[in-house]
Design a protein. Structure first.
Length: 384
């Protein structure tokens, strides 16, 4: 090829590929960290608030703070457009991590919110969705809390960086919309509230919000979340409390490293049941007992393992019964397991699955494996 032609091609590529085609000055935008959705006082309009990031230089150091801007509208799209009129700047959504929805909006249905996020080109589909247990969702963006000045990033950090320690159902926009597209699947979203601490106020994921379709119908309280996650095969970490019925004052805490739940549907002429086999790897995190049982010996470890397995099986069975009786819907995805493994059977029971679920029997088998017991091979004693 003629070297002059090659030279012209190189020059053309340098000119066409340099720089950013959609470059904008940062001062022209408000960077959105998260948003909240409430009902306006008249009950007809949506009240949408966005948390935006302000960054200024003071004494050669960056000063980052958040600001909440809100507006009302007949739809989410309408309210967001009105926020632009108030702020006089366009909203930049690509860094937004969090959507917080109030209880009253969630009880009417969250589909309009998900529809706006999914259709608009700027918001990310991997934003985390939360339900507020405060009077409004906006409170979670505007209450001064000690961990960070950006409340949306604080919540996002809880469910990503701290997922091995904070027990919560985690769900993103795209996962939620996918679940809506699967028959007889019902979702549980993390619920958040503001709580006092020794250092001030803090947002806290406190429970699970139970949805039937896109409508909130109630809450799974905090003690029920870990058994729920075991049934969903979504346990990444956390703590197990072991209670000896003969010595309930003993404090034995196990740290969970990993867990795997296998679900096997079982059918007979008379009824249907599900077999759950849960294999969990743990470590002894705390051992404070007043009994004469040496839990760290070979025989004592067998006793501890049996107690832990029985405790976990009982907790899971209790939550399962609670959901059957209180909510009467399958929030565990058991129906979806039958659909995938036995599609022909599922076709015959899909229409009546909610009724069948209420009478479903659950057979649970827990297998707990101990890795080690820490630095000491026996409980610490005080000699007098």
């Amino acid at each position: 090829m003629n070297r002059y032609i090659i030279f012209l091609i190189v020059i053309f590529l340098c000119l066409s590929l340099s720089g950013c085609w959609n470059y904008h000055e940062l001062d022209d935008f408000y960077i959105v960290a998260g948003m909240s959705v409430d009902k306006a006082k008249d009950g007809e309009l949506f009240n949408v608030a966005v948390e935006v990031i302000n960054s200024e230089e003071t004494n050669l150091k960056p000063n980052i703070e958040s600001q909440v801007i809100e507006a009302k509208g007949v739809s989410i799209f309408d309210a967001v457009r009105d926020i632009i009129k108030i702020s006089a700047k366009k909203l930049y959504w690509s860094h937004a991590t969090t959507i917080i929805i109030s209880d009253d909006v969630a009880r009417e249905g969250i589909l309009p919110i998900l529809d706006w996020v999914s259709r608009d080109q700027e918001p990310r589909l991997n934003m985390d969705v939360f339900i507020s247990r405060e009077k409004t969702a906006k409170e979670l963006l505007s209450t001064i809390t000690f961990p960070t000045v950006i409340h949306s990033f604080e919540l996002e950090h809880m469910v990503t960086e701290s997922k091995d320690y904070i027990i919560t159902p985690i769900i993103k926009v795209y996962e939620l919309t996918n679940e809506f597209g699967v028959p007889k699947i019902h979702s549980v979203l993390p619920a958040v509230q503001v709580v006092p601490t020794s250092k001030g106020m803090s947002n806290r994921i406190s429970s699970g919000a139970v949805f039937k379709g896109d409508k909130l119908i109630g809450y799974l309280e905090e003690d029920n979340i870990l058994p729920y996650l075991f049934m969903k095969n979504k346990v990444n970490g956390g703590l197990l409390r072991v209670i000896n019925k003969d010595f309930p004052q003993d404090k034995i805490i196990l740290e969970i490293f990993e867990s795997k739940t296998k679900i096997k549907p079982a059918f007979s002429d008379k009824d249907m049941s599900l077999d759950l086999e849960i294999s969990t790897s743990v470590n002894i995190g705390e051992l404070n007992t007043k009994t004469n049982i040496d839990y760290l010996s070979k025989d004592g470890r067998k006793i501890l393992r049996k107690e832990a397995e029985e405790n976990l099986e009982a907790d899971i069975q209790k939550v399962f019964k609670t959901v059957q009786e209180e909510f009467e819907i399958d929030i565990f995805g058991f129906g979806n397991e039958i659909r995938k493994k036995h599609p022909q059977i599922w076709k015959t029971i899909e229409k009546d699955w909610d009724t069948i679920f209420q009478e479903l029997k659950l057979n649970i088998k827990c297998n707990i494996d101990f890795r080690n017991s820490g630095h000491f091979s026996k409980p610490i004693e005080v000699l007098r």
